[in-house]
Design a protein around this ligand. Structure first.
Ligand SMILES: [Zn+2]
Length: 216
């Protein structure tokens, strides 16, 4: 994006497409508009992805569907000599808090409830905002998009906690911790939410501005 001389609150934004350039979405190398594949990395070049929003919503819904069983089914199955205990994500966090491990309980709640829900909200908001007028500035929406992209790689922290616990607490007949069915659904939910965020073509955020500029 090239921001031309701005006056007051309105900015005339000249897009790469208007300048006859298309950027590679994978390696960012610029090429003349109409070039089909990137000559550096071989990625398909598209000035805009016409299927972007459909894919965003498709992945988003699958991610949300997987998030429901991820919270309903047990995340951890703890077996000791005398008892078998199953705990869901929230149930496990509450139990940890009861035992005084507030820090770990907070991390689990943030990683498996706050961040996923915030991501669902953010991706849905971005997808809606490019089709409808919004008061939030393009810069702020681009910032929201970058945060969603950035935290994507940290979203599996819950699965790592379960995997590490399962590996550490394997005292055979005395005690064992195994991942419950929720862990698979949680991992799937994270993967589909990441795919949903990746499918979002952030250039659409700026197209709204371009359209508004040309309309006025
Ligand atoms: Zn490339």
């Amino acid at each position: 994006m090239v921001s031309m001389a701005s006056s007051g609150t309105s900015q005339n934004i000249l897009s790469a497409r208007a300048l006859g350039i298309v950027a590679c979405q994978r390696c960012t190398k610029a090429a003349p508009l109409g070039t089909r594949t990137c000559d550096r990395c071989g990625h398909k070049l598209q000035s805009r992805d016409p299927m972007s929003l459909q894919r965003v919503w498709a992945y988003w819904f699958v991610g949300l569907l997987c998030y429901i069983p991820a919270n309903v089914y047990p995340m951890l199955k703890t077996q000791t000599l005398f008892s078998t205990d199953e705990s869901t994500i929230i149930g496990g966090a509450v139990e940890l808090a009861h035992h005084g491990a507030f820090g770990i309980a907070a991390i689990i709640l943030i990683a498996s409830v706050v961040i996923p829900l915030a991501k669902f909200w953010a991706v849905a908001y971005l997808a809606v905002s490019v089709t409808q007028p919004t008061r939030v500035s393009n810069q702020r929406r681009q910032f929201i998009y970058e945060i969603v992209e950035y935290i994507g790689r940290w979203s599996m922290i819950d699965i790592f906690v379960v995997a590490i616990l399962s590996a550490l607490v394997q005292l055979k007949t005395l005690a064992s911790i195994n991942p419950g069915p929720a862990s698979i659904f949680f991992a799937l939910s994270v993967i589909f939410t990441m795919l949903s965020a990746q499918a979002f073509d952030s250039r659409m955020i700026w197209d709204v501005q371009t359209k508004r500029d040309s309309a006025t």
